[in-house]
Design a protein around this ligand. Structure first.
Ligand code: SF4
Length: 262
């Protein structure tokens, strides 16, 4: 990575941090900064044939995922265990869904129900999934951390690292055709932790041979709504939808509602 892209990455991450801390007068345009620091996105070729997981039947995959969920439920490997209500392993289509969405940590509603993306962010994620022409049952959703941090705080890097093996196992079993990473913690957690998350937004990369599209977390979009930032909301939604359209193109699916090509 060049010094220039490093500088742009740091600047973008700093602007994001200011916004997350409630700064409302940040005049820099994140879309412009992202364009400065990155090259144009292009669909990747499909990943290689799945390995041993491809030989598993849907029932065997369900069983393997249940075993992972049971281990996560008993896990006491990090300080998040005592304060969570329920473990949230993730759920959805177990056998090579088109898309696996991966976030950071469970929300409050997720923690109560033991289901990933069951709260407000989950409702927005459902809208994203439906806009792509799928239902929640067609995809798999999960987080890197299987337990909710207390007081809605961000997970510590060590907590993310400790929990990551559960997600890696899930990916190996589910073997999705495309992974969509939601938010900076998911991006840096699953991918190279040294690379700036913002530079990766909307840019194809790969994890274990699977095409990966990093984009915004639904909570990030909802924050613009909460602040009444109409301009920021529109820009973020446009950037998010552009990423999801790249995913549909990668999967060879038409954008729902778009006129058919002649
Ligand atoms: S967050 Fe992950 S590593 Fe920490 S206790 Fe829960 S399951 Fe274990």
């Amino acid at each position: 990575m060049s010094d220039w892209t490093n500088i742009v990455d740091d600047l973008i991450d700093h602007v994001n941090l200011l916004k997350e801390l409630g700064g409302r007068n940040v005049e820099l345009d994140l879309a412009v900064l992202s364009a400065l620091g990155s090259t144009a996105a292009a669909p990747l070729p499909p990943g290689p044939p799945a390995g041993e997981a491809a030989a598993l039947s849907p029932e065997e995959r369900r069983k393997a995922l249940s075993e992972i969920a049971a281990r996560a439920d008993l896990c006491e490997a990090c300080p998040l265990r005592p304060t969570r209500a329920k473990s949230v392993p993730g759920q959805g289509k177990p056998d090579s869904p088109d898309v696996m969405f991966i976030g950071e940590t469970p929300e409050e509603g997720d923690d109560q129900q033991g289901l990933a993306f069951a709260g407000a962010a989950g409702a927005f994620l459902t809208k994203m999934i439906q806009a792509m022409g799928y239902t929640r049952d067609d995809v798999f959703v999960a987080n890197i951390c299987k337990c909710r941090p207390p007081g809605n705080r961000a997970p510590l890097p060590e907590e993310l690292r400790t929990c990551l093996p559960f997600l890696r196992e899930q990916i190996r079993i589910v073997r999705p055709k495309v992974i969509v990473l939601l938010g900076p913690a998911a991006i840096t957690g699953l991918l190279d932790a040294q690379a700036g998350a913002s530079r990766r937004l909307g840019q194809w990369t790969k994890y274990d041979g699977i095409p990966v599209m990093p984009t915004f977390h639904p909570s990030y979009i909802l924050r613009f709504e909460a602040f009444g930032d109409v301009k920021g909301l529109k820009a973020a939604k446009t950037q998010l939808w552009d990423a999801l359209k790249l995913v549909l193109a990668q999967l060879g699916r038409a954008v729902p509602g778009a006129p058919a090509k002649q």
